[in-house]
Each structure stands twice: as C-alpha cells, then as structure tokens.
Design a protein around this ligand. Structure first.
Ligand code: CU
Length: 608
C-alpha cells in the first residue's frame, strides 16, 4: 500500500543517516532508556535543591555539523520530580555566550521567579548562576523551557512532575513522562528568515512559464526546481496547517526519533499513566495508542473528571495525562502524528524491551474549511459543527439567535446551573468594523465557539476524539464570582508576511500592557481572526475555560484557539505583577504575538 511505503520512507528519513540516529540517542536523557528491572524512569532529579546547567554541545556527524543546547547535557533535559507543599531551590547556570532563562511552564510562582527576560527579570547572563526559589502550591505534570530567543527549539526543555501532598486521586501502577518535541538541524533564525521570505515565493509562483524558464536558465534547472519545491513545502496558504512541517522537523519522544523507538514497559493488567507533554517549538500532535482506550485524567497539570477517548490533539505547550490498561502480552504503538500529517513520531509500550507494534498508516492531510475562514455559508446553521443547541438542551435559553451583547442580558448567564453553564460566544458573532490595520490580513465574517469540535482532520473516522467540552475539572473552581468585566483580544496576523500579532499590533508596537485589576474576576474573550491554530499561554494565573462545565470549568495554562474561533476564559487576577501572555508557537511569539499582562491596583479602561 502506498501509505505503508510512505511510512517506511518516513521512518528511514527520520533515522536519516545512521549517524543522526546515534547523535539523537547520544543526547537523549536517561529516562529515554527504560530498563526491565526499573519500574520508574531513571534519571530523575529530586529533592529540594536542583542544579541545572544550560550549555552548548557542538557536534559533527558526517558532513553535517550543528549545535544542540542542552540542560545537564541532554535533550530534553532531566526529569525534575518535586513534591507539593515544599519549597524548591533551582540553581540554573548559563554556560552559553548569550543570555538564557528557564520558565516553569504552568507552575504558579512569584513574578520574579517566572523566568521571562524583559518581563520578570533580566535573564541569566553568560557564565552566571541564577537561583530560583519558590514554594510548590500545586501538583501535576508540567515542564520547563528557555524563554530566550530560539533556545527552546534547539533543546532547552524538560519535564517536571509535582507529586501531590494528599493521596493522588489518580490511581496508577507506574508512570512515564512522554515528552513530544520537534528537532531540526537548521538554524531556527534561518528558518524564521525563510518563513518571512515567502511573500517572494508567492510572487515566484505567479510568474509566467517564460519567467520561470529564464530563472532556470540563470540558476540552473535543478536549483530552481529544488527552490520551488522547498518553498512549496514551506509556504502557507489555505491548505497549510503548520508553518514548519515534517520536511524540516524530526519528531521526538523523550528525545528519541521513531527509529530509536522509545519504550515504556508494563506488566499485563497494570494501570500505566502516560504524562504527555508537548514541548515542541511549532508542532501540534494527534496522539493515539491503537488497540488501547485512553482515560484522560489531567489536562495542563489539573485533574479532570476521567474521560475515555481513542485519540487527543495536543497543542504546543499543553499537557495531558492519560491512563491505559494494556491487558495483552504484546507491544502497543504510541503514535503522535503532526497536525498537517507531514510527519510523526512513535514510541512503544511493551511487556519486554526490544518489541514493537505496527505503525499506523498515515491519514490524508486535512484541508482548511469555510468555517476556518469564518465565512458565512448558506445553511450554516445546519452544519454539524454548529449544532451547539444540542449540547444545550434543557437550557432556559437557546443560544441560537443571540449575539454576545444580547447574552450579557440573558438570565441564563447568571443562573445557578450545577451541571452546565453558558458557553459564551457559542453563537456566531459578526466581526466588528475593526480590521486591525495593515498587519492583519484577514477578517472572518463570523467567529464562534468551536470548543466541541475535535479540530481539522479529526473526528470523521469513528474514533472518539477528546474535545474541549469534555474537560471538566475534578473539583469545582474556587472563585464563584461572575466576571465583573469582559475584555476581548483578537488574534491577528499576516500569513504571507509572517507577521503575528494581537489586535493587529506586534509586541514591539504595543504601547501598553494589558491591565488586570488585582483581585478582580474577569472574562477574557479570544477571537481568532487567522486561519491557523494558536495555543495561547498566560503566565502566573490559570485560565478557566468557559466550556459549559458549570462549576467544573477546567483550568488551563494553554488554550488552543481554532481558526475563526471565539472563546472565553474566566480569570481571577490574584497574582500581582507583570506576566507574559503569548502564542506558544515559538515563531509566532518571536514574530510578535506576545503581550505583557500587568496585574495591579491600577484601574484599567474597559474595552468592549
Ligand atoms: Cu500562534
């Protein structure tokens, strides 16, 4: 079958020259190597004092040379395992020639311990050690990474597990951190340059055959054709789902490419907890273990009511913990496919080392739809994705015909429903007159909630795919106040110029931070005016996703906003200070999709 061929070819490509395989294996952390005698992963750093060193590790393989930036010598860095209720000291030494940093993703820390140069501190200067010290006020699966330049892309990321002080409500016999990431031999700065240059590519494409021939005559057929092909793969247009694809990336599990086959061991009948962490720079993955149901028990480090699925989409920077119970004496593939289907990585759960299971056939590349573009389509109300009314049966108000402003006055907004609540923006909302200026390419006609949609390319093959409306916090959220005010932010961009921004302004053009008043409860609405997914990450405070789960709104640190989607979160502004807020796709953040949120006593103007 053709797909098998592609799989095999991809496998060989992932392995590359044997040298590359050896190279990645050399950098892989200790926990990448499960041993039959060990129940837990090896190479954990525990205790209250942790020493981490960020350093460049140059290498040469055949005629290829490059540099990985490692934490304690590995990619990903060591698994740091801590305990809730204790205070931890992390000494981070920077052996690079440039400023470095570590941000503890999803961990609630004082602002000066958050590790974002220019926002929370000055960064860690070359040759110095910065001491982070903070109490651990939470438990769960998290990770940490550099917040400086492209260091995260070239290796500065690692898993962090905080074990709960109270008995864990999640029962399991063994657990593994499963760190997904994207590796490239290319200099990320150059990759960014290529993405910026693509407008030229589009012009090239529109050239006539005569012009193409003249370029080919000048530069040579092969070079011209290769250049054409390269840009064809790197371009963005309505059929593209990822800016950087499997063409440039090798996808890794715990630092190992597919061919090295990271393996987690189990004994039949055990409950195995897999802590999936998407530590990639630019990649959204679809994850499944053919032959096994997954019980999702945690999202972004927060316990959720268990939900059984066949597959879940994990955006950059999100984490999901799942329980699987393999019963048979055989290997199971852990399969993580990139959203554009341009590549994948796999690992294995097996009763013994050295086993492997079938690698699933690749699925066709999904296409962007009219809804992704925010187009009003005839009969849209009857489209499957639009049937939010179904979810909302028994509600005093059908949200069907109301817009946001009507909704605020609806009695439904204040009602005390123990089980379900309003999903703000679940009805299509017409885009206002603001086009966000020249830095913004597209304004969707309508935006709407897509929380109950599995996402592009998913949900049409009979598999039960996790959707955001499945997520219900295990315990009710503590702050029961209704939001006092509402602010809205538009996710904007110019895809051809590779400008990414909020409200049409790059970070460098934004004059003011976004102000939260200390102690307030507010609703923040995200409106995605672009045709791409953007995993938005807020530092310092959790966001409670208003997904209709009543008092069980899930708390998330990263929320993947779909194309032309409007969704909202509730936030308790209980963390004074300056915090980063940004898209977690590294190149989007670097291109300007970044803001500072300032929580202070200062009253801020209310934006509609
Ligand atoms: Cu983005």
């Amino acid at each position: 079958m053709k797909t098998d061929l592609i799989s095999r070819r991809q496998l060989l490509k992932s392995a590359g020259a044997l040298g590359m395989l050896a190279l990645l294996e050399r950098f892989a952390p200790a926990y990448a190597w499960a041993r039959p005698t060990k129940l837990a992963q090896t190479g954990e750093l525990t205790g209250n004092i942790i020493d981490l060193t960020i350093a460049e590790t140059p290498f040469r393989v055949g005629n290829r040379s490059g540099t990985a930036v490692t934490i304690n010598g590995t990619v990903p860095g060591p698994l740091v395992r801590l305990r809730e209720g204790e205070e931890v000291t992390l000494n981070v030494t920077n052996r690079l020639k440039e400023i470095a940093s570590i941000h503890w993703h999803g961990v609630l820390v004082p602002p000066d311990m958050d590790g974002v140069p220019g926002v929370s501190f000055g960064g860690i200067k070359p040759g110095t050690t910065f001491t982070y010290r903070f109490p651990l006020k939470q438990s769960g699966t998290y990770w940490f990474h550099s917040h400086s330049g492209f260091q995260e892309q070239v290796g500065v990321y690692a898993p962090m597990i905080i074990d709960p002080r109270e008995p864990d409500p999640v029962k399991y016999d063994r657990d593994y951190a499963v760190v997904l990431s994207d590796w490239t031999f290319e200099d990320p700065m150059k990759m960014m340059g290529k993405l910026k240059k693509q407008a030229g590519y589009f012009n090239f494409q529109r050239r006539t055959m005569k012009e193409f021939l003249s370029v080919a005559k000048k530069n040579g057929w092969r070079a011209t054709f290769e250049d054409y092909r390269m840009w064809a793969r790197m371009r963005m247009d309505p059929t593209d789902l990822a800016d950087v694809t499997g063409h440039a990336y090798t996808y890794l599990i715990n630092g190992l490419p597919s061919a090295s086959n990271w393996t987690g061991l189990f004994r039949s009948g055990e409950r195995v907890r897999l802590r999936f962490i998407n530590a990639s720079a630019m990649s959204i993955f679809d994850v499944r273990l053919p032959g096994l149901k997954m019980r999702v028990v945690q999202a972004d480090g927060q316990n959720v009511q268990p939900v059984e699925v066949d597959e879940f989409r994990i955006a950059t920077a999100e984490t999901y913990d799942v329980i699987v119970e393999p019963k048979e004496d055989r290997a199971y593939t852990i399969f993580a496919e990139s959203i554009d289907r341009g590549g994948y990585t796999r690992g294995t759960l097996a009763p013994r080392p050295g086993m492997s299971a079938e690698i699933p056939a690749r699925r066709p590349r999904p296409l962007r739809t009219m809804e992704d573009m925010g187009m009003i389509v005839e009969g849209m109300g009857e489209m499957p994705g639009m049937q939010h009314g179904k979810e909302m049966e028994g509600m005093p108000n059908e949200p069907g015909e109301h817009n946001m402003r009507d909704m605020e006055n609806m009695p439904g907004m204040q009602m005390e429903d123990q089980h379900r609540s309003e999903i703000p923006g679940s009805a299509p909302v017409k885009h206002g007159p603001d086009t966000h200026g020249s830095g913004n390419q597209m304004v969707p006609d309508v935006t709407r909630s897509r929380l109950d949609e599995p996402g592009a390319g998913l949900g049409n093959d009979g598999r039960r795919v996790l959707v955001y409306t499945d997520l219900k916090s295990l315990h009710p959220y503590p702050d029961r106040r209704a939001p006092e005010r509402e602010i809205e932010i538009h996710i904007t961009g110019h895809m051809e110029r590779f400008i990414w921004s909020f409200d049409g302004k790059k970070f460098s053009e934004a004059k003011e931070p976004i102000h939260f008043r200390f102690g307030e409860r507010l609703r923040w609405t995200f409106v995605n005016d672009t045709m791409m997914e953007h995993p938005l990450h807020l530092h310092g405070m959790f966001m409670e996703l208003e997904n209709g789960a009543g008092e069980h709104l899930p708390r998330k640190h990263t929320i993947n906003v779909k194309p032309a989607e409007r969704l909202s979160v509730a936030i308790t502004a209980d963390a004074p200070g300056r915090w980063a807020f940004h898209c977690h796709l590294l190149f989007h953040m670097e291109a300007g999709m970044f803001r500072v949120v300032e929580v202070s006593e200062k009253a801020s103007e209310v934006r509609s």
